[in-house]
Design a protein around this ligand. Structure first.
Ligand SMILES: [Zn+2]
Length: 204
């Protein structure tokens, strides 16, 4: 594999990027100055140094001077801790947060469960989620599953419901899904405020 193939393979792993686009990125980089490439590679390294993952919701956030372990959502005492929204990824959290329609806590599952999948547990944070739910002195009353409206999203919804069934029953936690107000193929991260507001209102 030459350098072009190697870089193409890396860009292909980016969300929503296929082979052709990945190649275009490589040719774009070839045409830039060495200083451009230097700056890009330094920023990528810096990103990894300056970002950490919240130990409660697993969201990535910029480290502050106090080197806190919790992000500003989880550390905020005014956040409504009676609802927990389970989402696929960081960008979904940002969209919902920006829409201002939801004021509870979050948990990032870290992916969706493919319809045909044998090694699910290694890909999504289901064990971490169970652990979080078993924390004592919780006032959690509802878990809202908020995944994309797609076969994978539906499958993940069912999978998480099944996995949490016992804990939820034992602790009297209701499990609802955001899906009802959204149309098929909807990606949460691209939904507008009204759509999200409706979906949240009509959750079942
Ligand atoms: Zn957090």
């Amino acid at each position: 594999m030459d350098i072009i193939d190697k870089l193409t393979e890396i860009f292909k792993e980016f969300p929503g990027i296929g082979e052709r686009q990945a190649k275009r990125f490589v040719y774009f980089l070839m045409a830039r100055t060495p200083a451009y490439a230097q700056n890009l590679s330094e920023l990528v390294l810096e990103l990894k140094k300056e970002v950490t993952q919240c130990k409660e919701c697993f969201r990535f956030f910029l480290l502050n001077s106090k080197k806190e372990k919790l992000c500003e959502i989880c550390a905020n005492p005014n956040i409504d801790s009676s609802t927990l929204m389970i989402i696929e990824k960081d960008s979904d959290l940002e969209s919902i947060r920006k829409s201002g329609v939801y004021h509870g806590k979050y948990f990032i599952l870290g992916g969706l469960v493919p319809v045909v999948e044998k090694t699910t547990k290694s890909r999504v944070r289901i064990e971490e989620l169970k652990q979080r739910l078993s924390a004592p002195k919780s006032d959690l009353g509802e878990i809202i599953l908020a995944f994309s409206i797609s076969p994978q999203g539906d499958h993940t919804d069912q999978y998480v419901r099944e996995q949490l069934k016992d804990i939820a029953e034992k602790s009297g936690i209701k499990i609802s899904s955001l899906g009802k107000g959204l149309s098929t193929g909807t990606e949460l991260e691209y939904s507008d405020n009204d759509t999200l507001k409706n979906a949240l209102k009509n959750r079942q």
